[in-house]
Design a protein around this ligand. Structure first.
Ligand SMILES: Cc1ncc(COP(=O)(O)O)c(C=O)c1O
Length: 389
């Protein structure tokens, strides 16, 4: 099956009782056993029927399996939020005494969970500019067990060469985890490029309609098993069946939506590049983007996210952001509607100032998630906004 067919049909449950065509919503906390022996068999693992929604549910399983199939990897887990996917994956793959390397430009929530949680439990780490190959290789220690990257990175869109990093990580016995939220399996398949585990905030493109928070972890079976039990099941990061059901619905149009996001974002990037108020545009599809060639090798489209540097710093950014009407001033991304925000004071506010600077998150940096509205309307709104700068 090809991508769009799989996104609609893979593992769909055609329920037998009344013949529901679409997988029903199993909005239940628990499941009834036919006998005491059956309950015992389920808990002993001799019967893989459902027991209790925290431990498994048909809706959460359906969407996680489907995203894993789209990633062309072994297995998937559904989680309550993207941060639950990130934190549970890291807790499942690391233990006290281990060291890991993370790229120096990551979503602010991920930086917070590393700085405020993981490092409090005896896990050592270093942020490294992974594109500096010598610095990356020098960062490995005898106890380095994992490398964590985001590509494209939030918010600067900096790319990391997944096959190259996978080779170096594996040569040092480390697992490679990739946050693939910005790309989705439609545009980039981390495990096909050599990674071991991918994490997603499905709050973004995979659901795509801005009405759910959720996460998914996909990857090789052995790693998914380590993350699932005892971590996800005991820590309780499982997501709700209703949210998973909505994400399953959103996923069906992922390919169509991503094509339109890419098309619109290219036009917005070209518009911004020609705008005299803009110092620099970061969009992997632009020829002027430093890593444009790398983008073409590992991504099958350039995505819907753009960052740009305003000439007038924070003040000019504020003027623009306060005078948009169609494009909402809001964090989050990846929905059908366009959103714009100021990373330094919003999504990345919790990142310490020196780390922000190292990652290129300046006061003049603006991030836009280009939606799938008609491009003329998006450009008109930007043009009106810029007239106030
Ligand atoms: C790249 C990336 N990873 C993870 C997350 C966390 O996802 P959630 O907000 O669903 O917890 C976000 C949220 O913006 C993100 O942008």
């Amino acid at each position: 099956m090809k991508f769009n067919t799989k996104a609609i049909h893979h593992n769909a449950v055609h329920e037998k009782h009344v013949g529901s065509h679409v997988t029903p919503l199993y909005q239940t906390s628990t499941f009834v056993f036919e006998s005491c022996a059956q309950g015992g068999d389920r808990f002993a693992g001799r019967d893989n029927g459902y027991k209790y929604t925290r431990l498994g549910n048909p809706n959460t399983k359906e969407v996680a399996d489907r995203v894993a199939a789209l990633d062309e990897t072994d297995a998937g887990l559904y989680t309550s939020t993207g941060m639950s996917a990130v934190s549970t994956a890291l807790l499942g793959l690391l233990k006290a005494g281990d060291h890991f390397i993370a790229s120096d430009c990551l979503y602010g929530g991920t930086v917070s969970v590393i700085n405020k949680v993981l490092t409090q439990y005896g896990i050592e780490m270093d942020y490294v500019k992974i594109n500096d190959e010598a610095a990356f290789k020098a960062a490995f220690k005898p106890n380095t067990k994992l490398v964590y990257i985001e590509t494209p990175a939030n918010p600067t869109l900096e790319l990391i060469d997944i096959p190259k990093v996978a080779e170096i990580a594996h040569a040092h016995g480390a697992v490679l985890v990739v946050d693939n939220t910005f790309m989705t399996p439609y545009l980039q398949k981390p495990m096909q490029l050599g990674a071991d585990v991918a994490v997603y905030s499905v709050t973004k493109y995979i659901n795509g309609h801005g009405d759910v928070v959720g996460g998914i972890i996909t990857g090789k079976q052995a790693y998914i098993d380590r993350i699932n039990s005892p971590h996800l099941l005991n820590l309780g990061g499982t997501g709700s069946p209703f949210d998973a059901w909505l994400v399953t619905r959103g996923l069906k149009t992922l390919g169509l939506r991503m094509d339109r996001h890419c098309e619109n974002a290219m036009k917005v990037a070209e518009y911004l590049e020609a705008n005299p108020n803009v110092e620099r545009v970061y969009y992997p599809g632009l020829k002027s983007f430093e890593q444009h060639e790398l983008a073409k090798t590992q991504m099958s489209g350039f995505g819907g996210m753009i960052a740009f540097e305003m000439k007038g710093g924070y003040q000019a950014s504020e003027k623009l952001l306060d005078h948009l009407h169609l494009i909402s001033l809001a964090v989050s991304l990846g929905g059908v509607d366009s959103l714009i925000q100021h990373p330094a004071s919003m999504t990345h506010a919790a990142v310490p100032a020196d780390e922000k600077l190292k990652a290129g998150i300046t006061e003049g940096l603006v991030r836009i998630s280009v939606g799938i509205e008609d491009i003329e309307d998006i450009l008109e709104d930007l043009e009106k906004g810029f007239s106030h700068v």
